[in-house]
Write a protein that binds this ligand. Structure first.
Ligand SMILES: Cc1cc2nc3c(=O)[nH]c(=O)nc-3n(C[C@H](O)[C@H](O)[C@H](O)COP(=O)(O)OP(=O)(O)OC[C@H]3O[C@@H](n4cnc5c(N)ncnc54)[C@H](O)[C@@H]3O)c2cc1C
Length: 447
């Protein structure tokens, strides 16, 4: 038996001793037990496993992940835009997880945080001393009547959000020669809030290059009231949509797809009225949520169903031996792989401190980033914090469309994802941001 002192982080920097608990690390035949269990082997889970295998060694870390393959999702925008191949975004889970971890190829079905156990889809009960939950987001296409049928049967209804639909996007763009090309943003939190419009800019560019632009109306129907949540970048994007004659309709939520009639039905969220648009191409972004298995555990989640964490330490607000990284946690920032990198560094520091009985001092400032591709060769690199204040890495105006930022997105970031983020060596650009300003500023700009 091993005694572990638990520290809970309260508010700004103060850490107080919470309780003294005893965890069993012995193994019963029917129950595996690990020092650390990581739920999910995506961006957050894989990088966490790498970080902690280095510290804890072989056999101490288990990753519970059902999928045989791991996707680099941020590249799906460029796959949909016809720039990159889908195969470039796929690797086998076995190859990206650290060799020292035990990969349990199953889903977590139930969490029992009072017993420090999870139950998996293959019937195992796994015990942990500490747990990091990184289950990503669930795509809820089923909440839009007709959407799944349309995605399966209509080549002109596409989505960059699921691996089985991404390869449809570029052919649909090429097939569009007239009518309405409609791009949607749903009425829920989503991952990469820039992606629904990035693909629109690539499509619009393609329509111009192939000489059909004057016959295609490009329409962005968003459930939001703004084009982007950060003022600086929203102002630049508004100039771009005006210049490129893209019609933006706010507070429009997609509620039905009638693919037999080529119609998309939207609800006007201000008036409640329904509006029907015919489409020649429809790129839909599905409503999203935390995965059902997590949402069902009311002891862990907030009202919206996300694992409730302290915004600074990323520790569960209720169970001190549980942390969460990435899209499935409640940290009120834009959900991206860039956020996962910075959150990974914070969780590593704080969980190591907790394991050593020391105070948790590392704080997450909400750093996230969205490379807003506006054409093949141009990108606005949005980077910001919890308050929506720009937190730009480079000492230049990143609100401008630049080929350097496109190069970063297309060539540098994929390399960093596979080689630095997944291996737990990339904590985000905070250090470089300061270094580029000779340590004189952290680069944050109040709006
Ligand atoms: C089209 C698109 C464009 C994007 N563009 C960008 C971008 O430009 N920049 C950027 O930084 N980010 C971007 N992102 C977002 C980025 O991919 C995610 O934010 C990131 O992958 C989140 O990491 P995660 O570990 O939280 O979730 P994921 O990487 O999605 O991993 C979650 C894992 O949990 C597993 N899982 C789910 N349920 C269970 C369960 N019950 N039990 C066990 N395991 C489970 C899943 O199988 C999955 O492997 C984009 C995403 C998309 C779809």
């Amino acid at each position: 038996m091993q005694s572990v002192r638990i520290l809970v982080h309260h508010g700004r920097g103060a850490c107080i001793s919470y309780s003294s608990r005893t965890f069993s690390t012995s193994r019963r035949a029917d129950q595996k037990s690990y020092k650390l269990v990581v739920v999910g082997g995506g961006a957050g889970g894989c990088s966490t496993a790498s970080r902690f295998c280095r510290r804890l060694g072989k056999g101490q870390v288990a990753v519970i992940e059902p999928s045989e393959v791991h996707y680099y999702q941020p590249l799906w925008t460029l796959v949909g835009g016809g720039v990159r191949k889908f195969e470039e975004t796929v690797r086998s889970t076995k190859d990206v997880l650290p060799k020292e971890c035990d990969w349990i190829k199953a889903k977590v079905l139930n969490f029992d945080p009072d017993d420090n156990t999870v139950t998996t889809s293959d019937g195992q009960k796994i015990k942990y001393d500490y747990m990091v939950v990184s289950m990503g987001m669930q795509l809820n296409f089923n909440l839009i009547p007709g959407a799944l049928e349309a995605l399966k049967n209509d080549p002109q209804v596409v989505s960059n959000y699921a691996p089985w639909t991404v390869p449809k996007t570029y052919p649909a763009i090429k097939n569009t020669t007239s009518g309405n090309a409609i791009f949607t943003f749903p009425n829920t939190p989503i991952k990469c809030a820039g992606a629904p419009q990035k693909i629109m800019y690539l499509a619009e560019e393609q329509f111009r290059q192939t000489g059909v632009r004057d016959k295609v109306n490009v329409v962005y129907n968003t459930a939001l009231g703004v084009i982007f949540g950060v003022k600086k970048y929203a102002a630049r994007l508004m100039k771009i949509v005006d210049k490129r004659n893209i019609k933006v309709n706010y507070k429009r939520n997609l509620i039905e797809v009638k693919s037999d009639k080529k119609e998309a039905v939207f609800e006007n969220l201000d008036t409640g009225e329904k509006e029907t648009f015919t489409y020649s191409m429809l790129h839909l972004t599905p409503p999203m949520s935390a995965p059902d298995e997590l949402r069902q555990c009311k002891k862990l989640v907030n009202e919206a169903g996300f694992l409730e964490v302290n915004n600074e330490t990323l520790q569960s607000t209720r169970y001190p031996n549980i942390f969460s990284i990435g899209d499935c946690n409640s940290a009120p920032t834009s959900k991206t792989a860039a956020a996962v990198a910075t959150q990974g560094g914070v969780v590593q520091k704080n969980l190591c401190a907790l394991m050593d009985g020391k105070p948790m001092l590392k704080k997450y400032d909400g750093y996230t980033s969205c490379p807003l591709i506006t054409s093949r060769g141009r990108c606005i690199l949005a980077e910001f914090d919890y308050n929506g204040n720009p937190l730009e890495t480079f000492p230049i105006d990143q609100g401008k469309e630049r080929w350097t930022m496109y190069h970063l997105k297309n060539d540098v970031l994929p390399f960093m994802y596979w080689n630095a983020l997944l291996t737990g060596h990339w904590n985000g650009p905070g250090f470089y941001r300061k270094a580029m300003r000779l340590g004189l500023s952290d680069g944050s700009v109040k709006q």
